[in-house]
Design a protein around this ligand. Structure first.
Ligand code: ATP
Ligand code: BTN
Length: 236
């Protein structure tokens, strides 16, 4: 049903068998999940859907900014396939030509104060043409952009390699060292945005992110910080 759900089950039942970097892939994912219980649609054979395990011995607080870091790793990997202009929408989406190409879903199991056992879920549209599939919002896919279908095994290998190049440093130093790199890819950098929190809306200018991955939004009253949880960002 969902590689994230499957990985969470393994953390709950067979944690001692898991090592950092272990990953579960789905050829067919029937109940893919996005944030807030939303659905991630993955047509058979057209998507790369997988979940990687990573542990954070210092607990939840040391994971701040992880979904942003994973977005960076995916963008770096895509460059190896000739996709140089993917952008990042805070806190968890990867965009190509202004449309959603991939999403990241981070979930965590563990007690406060103890090791956080983390699931890094990634869904990437490989061959999901916009004129054939309605996923609920405009989306892009690699095949339409590149004019050929890239090999999903090679994509997976490159993304995992890229994650391995970032995660050890992130685990030790947090998101701070990655802030400039993230801001360089920010879809809405220095543009007016609207944040939706349930019924509430907040409007301002996107001024990038801080070392915890919180979004910095400027209004005439100064800078306000927003954390990922309940907030959805929209262009204005
Ligand atoms: P936000 O993350 O800012 O709250 P979002 O609309 O991106 O907003 P997510 O929970 O991140 O919401 O992602 C789930 C949404 O992604 C779904 O509600 C749907 O609109 C969209 N979606 C589902 N499948 C795909 C797909 N294969 N490609 C692109 N978008 C998809
Ligand atoms: C989002 O945009 O909200 C995140 C979408 C994440 C989808 C991936 S597909 C692999 C993994 N398993 C899931 O159920 N979700 C993530």
């Amino acid at each position: 049903p969902s590689t994230n759900t499957e990985m969470k089950k393994r953390i709950a039942n067979n944690r001692e068998e898991l090592a950092d970097g272990d990953a579960i892939f789905a050829e067919i994912q029937t109940a893919g999940r996005g944030r807030h219980g939303r659905t991630w649609l993955a047509p058979v054979g057209g998507s790369l859907t997988f979940s990687m395990y990573w542990s954070f011995p210092d607990g939840y607080q040391s994971m701040a900014g992880l979904s942003l870091l994973v977005g960076l790793a995916v963008c770096d990997a895509l460059k190896e396939f000739g996709v140089n202009d993917a952008e990042l929408k805070w806190p968890n989406d990867i965009y190509l030509q202004g449309k959603k190409l991939a999403g990241v879903l981070i979930e965590v199991e563990g007690q406060i104060g103890a090791t956080a056992h983390c699931v890094i879920g990634i869904g990437l549209n490989v061959c999901v043409p916009d004129n054939q599939y309605d996923v609920g919002q405009p989306h892009s896919d690699l095949a339409s952009f590149l004019g050929k279908v890239p090999d999903r095994n090679e994509l997976a290998a490159q993304i995992i390699k890229s994650l391995w190049s970032y995660l050890p440093k992130f685990t030790q130093q947090g998101f701070g060292p990655f802030v400039p790199h993230w801001e360089a890819l920010d879809l809405y950098g220095d543009r007016r945005i609207v944040l939706q929190m349930g019924e509430k809306r907040f409007s301002g200018i996107d001024r990038g992110v801080d070392a915890s991955g919180a979004l910095l939004v400027e209004t005439q009253d100064g800078i306000t910080r927003f954390h990922g949880g309940e907030v959805s960002l929209r262009g204005n």
